[in-house]
Design a binder for this molecule. Structure first.
Ligand code: URA
Length: 433
């Protein structure tokens, strides 16, 4: 086979065979296919798309490029939850201890931040001492004892995705449906879970900007997961505004803790309860109503927070910080961003908010960048709120004073103020089963 022929075939809108897709993935991982040819193929896929058979073949080829996890020593059903990427999305920190408290095991591999979106592993590393890399026996022991452990994706899991993602990130080919489906599902299928709930984001802060694209993404991921024998469900949820009021690693951990105590923002609480209830339903824990009742009960009685604190302790972190989140240090520099006009916040460019947080130091511009865990944004006003000119709409935090002004401009530019109150939009648009 020749890479030239494969690129030309896709460029001309023809479907690739399973063998061609496997040959490409295999050759790229071995370093036999250069980046420039792989980029050309990604761009051809971006413009020409892939059918379900091709996307399934690509997903399986990426999954098979590395180790497939097997947790032989974990007792009981395992459930996972995955978000396609958002801003201020700390739901994994809230829902996983809830479902673990209710008896379904969570043996989670999480990712780091990508572009303007945050990652669970970076958030957990804001807790001092927390280890996101554990030997398998220790990981399994913690899952059996505490009900939950969360680690970073190890390098042997779907290595083709690591290479392809880095390439897509710099060749403007991230937001392609078959490439996102295969990237996410290859990793989910290589992990050893029985049930997966996907939170497919839609809107200005997500990779898929329209509901139609997000629905298609959800349907394809659910179908491929089912074809591989997993129990699947997807929620299509709003990302036209950040979730909750906190963006940035420590700030988000603190907001997740408040939500586990029952004091979280309404949108974050509503989505977390729904995701956790769906995770329990597909894990045979009763009807949606029963599961939702149980989720609210373990928030109210503090059991879910204790599970989170126990996981943090088991993974080497300081449990006291979870029980007393005021221990998280505040960044040394802050700046209030004020409304430039009076009216209503009619909408925000959520990606712009994510970028402002990244500019403050909460994310990475290059793989090597160190994260400033205290950096980020606290939103004082959100879409639909009334503001007077000069009202504080957000507070920015950073350890590097020089970053404040550029981030403030980015956030102001991403905030739209007008005369009319915008219509309320649902947080959950649809459920794909
Ligand atoms: N998350 C992933 O892991 N891959 C994508 O392509 C997009 C979001």
């Amino acid at each position: 086979m020749r890479m030239f022929d494969i690129i030309r075939k896709k460029r001309d809108g023809l479907a690739l065979s399973e063998k061609e897709i496997q040959w490409f993935v295999d050759g790229y991982v071995k370093g036999e296919i250069p980046d420039y040819q792989a980029s050309a193929l990604c761009m051809a896929i971006y413009f020409r798309g892939m059918n379900v058979e091709e996307t399934t073949a690509l997903t399986f080829a990426i999954r098979d490029s590395g180790e497939k996890l097997k947790f032989n020593n974990i007792n009981g059903l395992r459930v996972d939850k995955h978000s396609t990427g958002g801003v201020g999305d700390k739901t994994s920190l809230v829902v996983t201890p809830i479902v673990a408290t209710l008896g379904v095991k969570v043996a989670k591999m999480s990712g780091r931040g990508l572009g303007h979106t945050g990652g669970t592993v970076d958030k957990l590393e804001a807790i001092p001492g927390f280890k996101t890399d554990l030997p398998t026996e220790e990981f399994e022991e913690i899952v059996n004892r505490v009900g939950i452990a969360i680690v970073g994706q190890n390098a042997t899991l779907a290595p083709a995705d690591k290479l392809l993602y880095a390439l897509r990130d710099v060749t403007a080919t991230v937001d392609s449906l078959p490439l996102i489906v295969s990237s996410i599902m290859s990793k989910k299928l290589a992990a050893d879970d029985d049930c997966v709930v996907l939170d497919v984001k839609t809107g200005s802060g997500s990779f898929m900007k329209t509901k139609e694209q997000s629905r298609e993404l959800a349907e394809w991921m659910v179908a491929i997961g089912k074809a591989a024998g997993k129990r699947m469900r997807a929620l299509i949820t709003d990302m036209d505004r950040p979730l909750g009021h906190a963006i940035g690693n420590s700030l988000e951990v603190v907001e997740a803790i408040e939500t586990l105590k029952g004091n979280g923002p309404e949108d974050l609480t509503e989505l977390s309860v729904a995701l956790a209830a769906h995770m329990l339903v597909i894990s045979d824990r009763g009807s949606y109503e029963e599961c939702e009742r149980n989720v609210r009960r373990v928030i109210e009685n503090g059991e879910a927070l204790m599970t989170f604190a126990n996981m943090v302790e088991a993974q080497g972190g300081n449990k006291e910080w979870i029980l007393h989140p005021e221990l998280f240090p505040t960044a040394p520099y802050s700046l209030e961003v004020k409304a430039g006009a009076s009216g209503y916040i009619t909408g925000v460019d959520t990606e712009g908010y994510g970028t402002a947080s990244l500019l403050l130091g909460a994310g990475r511009n290059t793989k090597e960048d160190k994260i400033d865990f205290a950096a980020g944004i606290k939103l004082v006003k959100k879409t639909g709120d009334k503001v007077e000119k000069g009202d504080v709409i957000a507070v920015l935090y950073t350890s590097d004073k020089g970053r404040l002004d550029v981030a403030a401009k980015r956030l102001s530019d991403a905030t739209f103020i007008g005369d009319d109150k915008p219509e309320d939009v649902p947080l959950i648009y649809d459920i794909v089963e």
